[in-house]
Design a binder for this molecule. Structure first.
Ligand code: SAH
Ligand code: SF4
Ligand code: F3S
Length: 474
């Protein structure tokens, strides 16, 4: 597909005016009390990052946030369409809001995100859930304040599915969920059209943000104390191709890495077809880039990879993995796998098992194929039964459990730099993560949350490590 140059537009002044108008309406409705919003995000970090923009716009519209839908004046579900299960959860949870709307008719209930870009879903919401007042897709974020204003003032249902999928908008107010762990989108959309995947249909064509804007946002985050920054895109390896002055992802990450500070830099997701040696070299030579590569291979069988339209084969995948293992000391590898793609045989599946044995991933995200309406794979012959696929799936998990246990045991006795992230309510233990993204449980004070500590690994339990803070910390 020919790449078109994409220039960014700014969130327009009129949208800021709508935010002001919403604040005024809500002030009158709430008689000076702060209006509350309840936002639930499904799906991947792209959606999390979009929700952070929506929260930023809501904050500018005078809203505060609540974890209890019952107290809210505005309820928004940001939805995911990647598998049927994700969609079913949304439908179930939206259905449960019917009574809430009956009790509090003033509440505005809204749905947005990937599911809403699908016509059949938007129609189903329109017909079956009359209490949903506002629906908009991933391409409508830049006029969310206007859409919300319209549904507040004229009491009519507002439904919008965007078709303007070639644009990029900058200048959103962002309210980040975390204070030391943050997401930084570097590009949107996807051009790959893997035959099973809905993402290109609901997120539009691939478009990269301007390098200078990304670098200055990273600078600001580091200055604000962010310790763990993840660069986001569906296929970060093809970053920069649609820019007026094309630039590689390896160059972008190296430039961010040169910013002074104590932080980790991560990225996701990499696509094996574009994962370059230049990028591996950048990770190996980086100061802040975490020693972690999430490289989804989906299937170990060349036949299945071809049917998936992945544009690499097993050999190419293993070549890049072996190069990375050789270059990056202490590398942690993770991946995504689909089990039961249409036409996959047990022989094909065994190739996936042999690949995970060969690579020894620290962890895997494993999925059973879910047909998505409008994708080529939906129409492919799929003779293997759901029971059979579940058996294969279980076999995969068993093999991976063994490998993860082995990988984690090998870390016992080593000292790792760990970012302390949270405290476990039940036990009072702290949870942290290594640079390789492996969870470590340890004892310590909750005041350490958000700090790096040197932790000696004392035990491994499957894919979770136990450790002790070394005297003196960092
Ligand atoms: N852009 C990323 C992944 C985005 S979706 C990439 O290309 O790697 C995250 C994961 O969901 C995919 O890697 C895939 O393993 C899984 N997935 C996507 N569509 C699916 C489907 N229809 N059924 C089952 N799993 C799916
Ligand atoms: Fe989906 Fe493939 Fe794009 Fe990933 S690269 S988002 S799996 S189409
Ligand atoms: Fe889901 Fe959309 Fe992400 S479909 S996985 S939330 S890009």
């Amino acid at each position: 597909m020919a790449d078109t140059i994409i220039r960014a537009d700014k969130l327009s002044d009129s949208q800021y005016e709508y935010m002001q108008l919403i604040a005024e309406i809500m002030e009158i409705r709430k008689r000076g009390e702060k209006p509350l919003a309840f936002i639930r995000t499904y799906g991947c970090q792209q959606n999390v990052a979009d929700s952070e923009k929506i929260k930023g716009m809501l904050m500018k519209s005078g809203f505060e946030f609540t974890d209890a839908p019952d107290n809210a004046d505005f309820i928004l579900f940001n939805t995911c369409a990647v598998r049927e299960h994700a969609e079913d959860r949304v439908f179930g949870n939206v259905g449960a809001l019917k009574n809430l709307k009956r009790r509090h008719p003033q509440i505005l209930i809204a749905l947005c995100g990937c599911m809403m870009e699908q016509e059949h879903i938007a129609n189903r919401i329109y017909n079956s859930f009359p209490f949903v007042g506002l629906v908009f897709g991933t391409h409508s974020l830049h006029h969310f304040p206007e859409l919300m204003y319209n549904s507040l003032v004229n009491g009519k249902r507002v439904f919008e599915r965007g078709n303007d999928d070639k644009k990029i908008y900058e200048g959103f107010p962002v309210r980040r969920d975390g204070s030391f762990k943050g997401w930084l989108p570097i590009m949107y959309g996807c051009n790959n059209f893997c035959t099973y995947c809905i993402v290109p249909y609901v997120r539009g064509r691939e478009r990269s943000r301007d390098k200078e804007l990304i670098v200055s946002e990273a600078c600001a985050m580091i200055e604000q104390g962010y310790k763990d920054i993840t660069l986001l895109g569906q296929n970060v390896n093809s970053y920069g191709k649609t820019l007026e002055n094309p630039v590689s992802f390896a160059r972008l990450i190296t430039e961010i890495d040169s910013i002074d500070g104590d932080y980790w830099l991560r990225f996701m997701t990499s696509h094996p077809k574009d994962c370059s040696k230049e990028l591996i070299d950048a990770i190996a030579g980086g100061t802040h880039i975490s020693k972690h590569l999430h490289l989804p291979f989906q299937s170990g069988s060349d036949r299945v990879l071809k049917a998936m339209n992945r544009h690499y084969d097993r050999k190419k995948y293993l070549d890049i993995i072996n190069y990375a293992k050789e270059k990056i000391d202490g590398l942690s590898l993770t991946s995504d796998i689909i089990v039961g793609f249409p036409g996959e045989t047990y022989e094909d599946f065994k190739q996936t098992l042999s690949l995970i044995r060969e690579v020894e991933f620290t962890s895997l995200f494993t999925f059973i194929f879910s047909p998505r309406k409008g994708t080529p794979a939906e129409k492919m012959d799929d003779p293997v039964s759901a029971e059979e696929k579940s058996k294969w799936f279980k076999e995969l998990l068993d093999v991976q459990e063994e490998i993860a246990a082995k990988r984690c045991s090998a870390m016992v006795g080593k000292t790792e730099k760990v970012l302390i992230e949270s405290v476990k309510e039940k036990t009072g233990e702290l949870n942290g993560r290594t640079s390789g993204n492996i969870i470590v449980e340890l004892n310590g004070d909750s005041s350490l949350i958000g700090s790096f500590q040197n932790v000696r690994i004392t035990k491994a339990r499957n894919w979770i490590l136990k450790g002790e803070i070394e005297n003196g910390g960092i």
